[in-house]
Design a protein around this ligand. Structure first.
Ligand code: HEC
Ligand code: HEC
Length: 343
């Protein structure tokens, strides 16, 4: 804008007006950019000097010529469309909600601190506290099928399981040497030494999450579509109460470093307290209930402190396991059982 016209504008609406105008247009621009953030996975290219450097995971798995791997990729990234409750073929009706594996294992299972699956193949068989035994990768995948996906367990030698494991194995080789491969799981946050503040949690939710996951938490999909554009956080199509994400500490770690969608662990926008409160708020909403949860963690020493369902091996009430404060529970296990608790 030429200087003269700018002066005229200042004279007519005053400096405050100009500031307001600037603020409002910045806000709209910000909102516009925010709302146009699409869940487009940006995969870091491999460091090997080949012409495939710019290819996405989808393209590379397609080029592999390995049909089982390609199916595994589809089961992982389009779980709702390939193994969801609306499948015509009953043997393909495995999951019981509207999620995809990649709704949580972000960027097709490669996102650092977004529950990446690189390196997982090498870590199994692995001791698992939930079952108190050494479990295979197939059993671990079934853990997510029956909890995160609120569905059925697959036979460990069934084709769909073998295909998913092919994809997980392939990721490992394919992502060798990348940053994602070095990190595993989630990044810890500093836990506030207080209970979750649900009012603050709702406030954070309305401000930073509702835009995509909707005010009612049920997510957003086009009418008639199988797939959600923005997945549900509670309600019938969400993860069940036995899922890892139903633990406040796990959810807070995920949310802090991955949400609102588009950020990553290098540029989080929520504080630890905001992530903690919004995680507590989400996990207090209604969601599918998994039967027989009292049978989890036969060795209760191994039960994560924010597991929302009893029994517990400590004198703290269920409400404190669901919503904190956690430091005293963590200290109790450290002292009494020499057990280091992470979530
Ligand atoms: C609602 C979120 C969510 C969804 C959806 C989900 N998972 Fe998970 N998954 C998790 C969390 C959280 C963990 C770590 C959990 C824990 O500590 O118990 C995990 C752990 C795993 C692990 C072990 C990783 C490791 O580092 O040891 C595998 C393998 C896995 N998931 C596979 C899958 C597959 C395959 C699907 C789809 C069928 C799936 N997950 C869907 C949340 C999810
Ligand atoms: C810009 C849109 C957007 C915003 C804002 C947003 N999310 Fe998400 N969220 C997504 C998308 C998209 C996914 C699934 C990612 C994928 O499929 O690649 C997701 C996945 C999730 C998941 C795991 C999947 C599930 O449905 O359980 C959780 C939990 C979650 N978001 C919580 C939050 C919280 C809490 C906030 C607010 C702090 C938030 N999100 C803000 C878009 C958003």
């Amino acid at each position: 804008m030429p200087e003269q016209e700018f002066r005229k504008l200042v004279r007519s609406i005053g400096w405050l007006g100009v500031y307001l105008l600037g603020a409002v247009s910045t806000l709209f621009l910000g909102l516009f950019i925010f709302m146009n953030q699409k869940p487009t996975p940006s995969i870091t290219a491999p460091t090997t000097p080949t012409q495939t450097a710019a290819l996405s995971i989808a393209e590379r798995s397609a080029q592999s010529g390995d049909a089982q791997l390609q199916d595994g990729y589809a089961f992982f990234v389009h779980t709702d469309e390939t193994l969801g409750p609306q499948q015509e073929n009953p043997t393909r009706r495995i999951t019981g909600n509207g999620l995809k594996c990649s709704s949580c294992h972000l960027n097709e299972g490669t996102q650092p601190f977004g529950l990446p699956l690189n390196g997982v193949s090498q870590r199994f068989p692995q001791y698992r506290g939930r079952e108190d035994k050494v479990g295979t990768l197939a059993e671990r995948v079934n853990g997510c099928f029956t909890r995160s996906m609120n569905g059925k367990a697959l036979d460990t030698i069934q084709y769909e399981m073998k295909a998913i494991i092919s994809y997980i194995d392939w990721l490992d080789v394919n992502q060798a040497g990348t940053e994602a491969q070095k990190v595993k799981g989630l990044k810890p946050i500093e836990l506030p030494n207080r209970a979750v503040d649900l009012t603050h949690g709702k406030d954070v939710y309305d401000r930073a999450c509702a835009l995509c996951h909707q005010g009612n938490g049920l997510g957003l999909k086009n009418p008639g579509a199988i797939s959600y554009t923005y997945p549900p956080l509670w309600g019938p199509d969400a993860y069940n109460n036995g899922a890892g994400m139903s633990r406040v500490i796990t959810a807070a770690q995920f949310i802090k470093n991955n949400m609102p969608f588009g950020i990553n662990y290098e540029n989080p926008i929520l504080t630890d307290e905001e992530a903690y409160d919004v995680a507590g708020y989400i996990n207090q909403q209604t969601r599918p209930q998994k039967p027989n949860l009292e049978q989890d963690f036969p060795n209760l020493v191994k039960k994560p402190v924010s597991t929302p369902y009893p029994p517990y091996l400590d004198p703290f009430p269920q409400s404190q396991h669901q919503m904190g404060p956690y430091p005293e529970i963590i200290a109790y296990y450290a002292e009494k059982y020499k057990e280091v608790k992470k979530n």
